[in-house]
Design a protein around this ligand. Structure first.
Ligand SMILES: Cc1ncc(C[n+]2csc(CCOP(=O)(O)OP(=O)(O)O)c2C)c(N)n1
Length: 323
C-alpha cells in the first residue's frame, strides 16, 4: 500500500513541480499572460490532500494547478487554459486563477481571497439536503483566515452540521505580509477549534497530510460535521510572477529548501524500499513527456471564438450584455 502510494505521490508531485517550472518559462516567453501563482514547495499539501480526500467536491483558491493535476484533470487542458486557448478546461476564459471542471467535481480556482469558503459550505449543505454523504474539501491560505468570510463559513458549517474539510495551507505569507503581522492568533487551527475538531500537520510531509486528510474525511462523512486541518508549508517562489518574494531572507529560504517536500518523499521512499532509482528515472521521463505534450497541445490549440464572449454568463437579463 505504502509502495503504491509513494509511486503515486512522487508522480503527482513531480508532475506538479515540472508543470509549474514550465509554466514559469512559458510566462516569460509571453505564452501565458495575466496572473500566475505557483505552488512550488507546496506540492505535499496539494497532492496529499486531494489523493487522501478521494471523491467529493473540491473548492480552492487561485494557486491551484497542482490541485487540478492531482484531481486528474488532463494536463493538456490545464496548460491550454493557462495559454488562454479554446481547448482549455475553462474554454480559455478563466486562465490560471479559474480552472473549473464540474465533471470532476472541481469547483476550483477563485481569485477573491476566502470567497470560495461559503460556496464550499453551500455545496456541502446541498449534498446533505439531497441525502448524500459525500464531503467537500475546501482549501485556502493563512491570509484567508483573517477574512470575515472565513468566520462566517466556519460558523455556518458548524451550525448546519455539514461535511466540509477546511484545509488551511499556512505558507506563512499573504503576498508579502508575514502571518505574525496579520493574524492575532499565530496558531491558525485555534481559530476553528471551538467550532470543530482542528489539528496541525507537517505540510512538507505528503504522508502526514494524506493520513490526516483520510482521518478527517472519515469523520466528516460519518458524523456529517466539519473538520479543520492546518498544514504548515512554504512557497519557494514569490506570491505570483509579479513578485520576487525578496521580503524573505536567504536564510529563511534556505531553511525551508532543506525540507523540499519532493526530496523528503524520496528520502523516505528509498529508505523504506518503496521506490528504486530506476523507477524514479522512469517516472521523471514520463513527467517530461506529459509536460512537453501539454505545451505542444496548448501552442497548437485555437484561440476562443468571439461568440464565446457571450456564453457562460451569469446574469438574469442577458439582453443587457448580449447584443
Ligand atoms: C477579498 C480579497 N482581498 C484582497 C485580495 C488581494 N490578495 C490576493 S492574494 C492575497 C493574499 C492571500 O494570502 P493567503 O490566503 O495566505 O494565500 P496564499 O497566496 O499564501 O496561498 C491578497 C491579500 C483579494 N484577492 N481578495
Amino acid at each position: 500500500m505504502s509502495q503504491t502510494l509513494a509511486e503515486k505521490f512522487y508522480y503527482l508531485m513531480k508532475l506538479g513541480r515540472e508543470f509549474e517550472i514550465r509554466c514559469k518559462e512559458e510566462y516569460l516567453k509571453g505564452n501565458i499572460s495575466g496572473f500566475l501563482h505557483l505552488a512550488i514547495g507546496e506540492e505535499a499539501v496539494h497532492v496529499g490532500a486531494v489523493v487522501g480526500f478521494g471523491k467529493g467536491d473540491l473548492f480552492c483558491p487561485y494557486r491551484e494547478h497542482v490541485l487540478a493535476l492531482a484531481r486528474g484533470i488532463d494536463p493538456k487542458l490545464i496548460m491550454a487554459e493557462l495559454f488562454g486557448k479554446a481547448t482549455g478546461v475553462s474554454k480559455g476564459k478563466g486562465g490560471s486563477m479559474h480552472l473549473y471542471e464540474p465533471k470532476m467535481d472541481f469547483y476550483g480556482g477563485n481569485a477573491i481571497v476566502a470567497a470560495h469558503l461559503p460556496h464550499a459550505v453551500g455545496a456541502a449543505y446541498a449534498r446533505k439536503l439531497m441525502g448524500e454523504k459525500a464531503g467537500v474539501l475546501c482549501i485556502f491560505g493563512d491570509g484567508a483566515t483573517n477574512n470575515g468570510t472565513f468566520f462566517e463559513a466556519i460558523n455556518m458549517a458548524n451550525l448546519w452540521e455539514v461535511p466540509v474539510l477546511f484545509l488551511c495551507e499556512n505558507n506563512y505569507y499573504a503576498i508579502g505580509t508575514h502571518v505574525s503581522r496579520s493574524s492575532a492568533l499565530k496558531d491558525i487551527y485555534l481559530k476553528a477549534r471551538d467550532y470543530m475538531p482542528a489539528e496541525v500537520v507537517d505540510g512538507m510531509d505528503v504522508f502526514a497530510v494524506y493520513e490526516a486528510v483520510v482521518r478527517a474525511k472519515q469523520y466528516i462523512e460519518e458524523y456529517g460535521k466539519p473538520y479543520f486541518i492546518e498544514a504548515h508549508t512554504y512557497r519557494f517562489e514569490g506570491h505570483s510572477m509579479a513578485d520576487k518574494g525578496d521580503y524573505r531572507s536567504p536564510r529563511e529560504l534556505e531553511m525551508f529548501r532543506k525540507r523540499d517536500p519532493i526530496d523528503l518523499l524520496l528520502k523516505k521512499a528509498y529508505k523504506e524500499g518503496w521506490l528504486t532509482e530506476e523507477q524514479v528515472r522512469l517516472i521523471d521521463q514520463k513527467v517530461e513527456a506529459v509536460v512537453e505534450g501539454a505545451v505542444e497541445f496548448a501552442l497548437s490549440s485555437p484561440e476562443p471564438s468571439e461568440e464565446e464572449l457571450y456564453t457562460d454568463l451569469y446574469c438574469g437579463v442577458c439582453s443587457d450584455v448580449i447584443p
